[in-house]
Design a protein around this ligand. Sequence first.
Ligand code: ADP
Ligand code: F6P
Length: 319
Amino acid sequence: MRTIGLLTSGGDAPGMNAAIRSVVRTSIFNKLKVMGIRHGYNGLLNGEVMEMDVSSVADIIHRGGTMLRTARCEEFKTEEGLKKALNIINVFGIDALVVLGGDGSFRGARSLEELGIPVICIPCTIDNDMGYTDYSIGFMTAVETVVDAISKIRDTSTSHGRANIVEVMGRKCGDIALYSGLAGGAESIIVLETGINVDEVCKKIIQGRNRGKLHHIIVLAEGIKNPYEVSDEIKDKTGAEVRVTTLGHIQRGGTPTSFDRIMASRMGHKAVELLLNNKSGRALGMKCNKIIDISLEEALKVEKIFNKDMYNIAKTLSI
Ligand code: ADP
Ligand code: F6P
């Protein structure tokens, strides 16, 4: 094993750059060559491959996004696309691949593994929707961003005595809503995993108002119900003034937290270490502050369990 290929795929996540830096520098330290592939699997199909050196990853540890850029690529899911990818991998003499991304990217990596290419996957997604790991790179940074927004919204919510809906990302996973709702002291957290009960939210708004509460922050995970419809329902049932903020892609950018930088540095280092020990088809994760590796196949099977205890704590604390 002499040459490692490295790519970032799917939605970008803050901390990807720290992981890229770690893979590149650990490889070079161990006398391996690293080929950076731009624009994920799309770039792989187009041969967007360049050699990386120690200075090509200078000054990126603190930056959000991914210096390798990213993409989503439908062609890669086809047999033709995979064949094309295999050709490029051979042309550039790539012996193994490190893939940074979410579960979709992991599935792509597994297809390559099945064709005989050694791969290691590093979980990078703000959604934290992969069940085998406590955290994915980018999640904690996204939570910080949302908490910062909630604190600001709370100021104006209190001043006007309003209810404010803050819609957050997460695809089908409620973790961003749950963690940011708890940390931000939100009065209501609405996630797919527990379902939506607008009447319960309304009851809480009325009870809060009766005891002199000035604001009501509702964190709503995306994809459950249109936030403006929820807003109208609350207005009709409580008479409260309601405002909606959809945080959108703000949650995907920004400087990664130390937590994400450290986890990314540890995982990048571990990825190279595994390849040096002839291990492949592994997904890295974090469990109880330890960096773990499990088979890619298993990682893709582990169901994500919603933390109901944490949800109940948030409920208790927001009475
Ligand atoms: P994420 O990695 O963030 O979950 P996506 O689900 O969009 O993002 O997946 C990123 C890319 O991974 C896709 O655009 C596609 O190129 C590749 N991919 C996803 N699913 C598969 C699959 N089942 N087989 C092969 N490649 C896949
Ligand atoms: O998977 C990360 C994520 O930001 C989700 O939270 C969100 O649903 C989706 O990606 C948005 O994707 P796009 O990049 O297509 O806007």
